[in-house]
Design a protein. Structure first.
Length: 257
């Protein structure tokens, strides 16, 4: 089995070297960069990656662009802030050299996130299963603004591969807050609006508390102490903000009817 590792980037000079090194086992590394203004492309090229520049079309579209430019049909997709753990690498190399041992068309992997100096166990953050290894002749990235995922064709077989994908997310609270306000909430609101979903004043008011309770209590975030409380609080903030932004989109739409 020959595997192409794909990574999409924008100003990831602090991450791209480690990301490329963690997929050095792949037959090729394809980095698709959306016009970084730092040294991301140079560092990736120095790591042996094939670097392609493509104007930003959205998460799902950019990841599919990388898939389309890959040489091999088997794709392993990695985000720049993720790393392949030693156990996962062993599993991937075993599958790569002995593919006859499995008849799956795609594989999910558990993702473990490092946040506030610890590996998170609760809050719905682990095991955060992600479909990252797949045969592109039988699957593709869904073209969504956010929370993009691989969609396999009907009848495709999906297996699970051992080992964790390590996720080094927001380095501090300011970055986490900024990403919610500038990226995640606006994109989520736009996605919801385009899908025909609507909210109300009650939905705006209740979304935050409900998300906090789900994360901290129902999904066991309390097990992670302050980090779990922080994650649940940001989950509540994100839910409130995306519903508020969706409500604003609805009002703007009505005013132009």
């Amino acid at each position: 089995m020959q595997i192409s590792a794909t990574i999409i980037t924008f100003n990831e000079e602090s991450n791209i070297k480690a990301a490329c090194e963690s997929v050095a086992w792949a037959d090729e590394i394809v980095v698709v960069d959306s016009n970084s203004t730092d040294k991301t492309r140079d560092i990736a090229a120095a790591c042996g990656a094939r670097v392609i520049t493509n104007e930003w079309p959205g998460f799902g579209a950019q990841k599919q662009f990388a898939v389309n430019r890959a040489t091999h049909d088997w794709i392993f997709s990695l985000d720049a802030d993720e790393r392949v753990s030693d156990q996962l690498r062993t599993s991937l190399e075993t599958l790569k050299h002995h593919p006859q041992g499995s008849d799956a068309d795609a594989y999910v992997v558990a993702r473990r996130t490092y946040y506030q100096g610890r590996w998170i166990r609760g809050g719905g953050w682990y095991p955060d299963y992600q479909l990252r290894l797949f045969d592109r002749t039988k699957g593709h990235w869904k073209l969504r603004h956010i929370h993009e995922s691989v969609v396999m064709e009907t009848g495709a077989r999906v297996g699970e591969i051992g080992g964790d994908l390590l996720h080094y997310t927001s380095p501090n609270a300011a970055h986490h807050h900024k990403m919610i306000g500038e990226r995640y909430a606006p994109l989520a609101a736009q996605q919801m609006f385009e899908e025909g979903r609507r909210t109300s004043a009650f939905g705006v008011v209740s979304a935050g508390p409900a998300a906090f309770v789900r994360s901290f209590l129902l999904k066991g975030g309390f097990r992670d102490g302050l980090a779990g409380f922080t994650i649940a609080s940001f989950a509540g903030h994100h839910a409130f903000l995306k519903h508020l932004m969706l409500w604003e989109l609805q009002q703007n739409h009505k005013s132009h009817e």
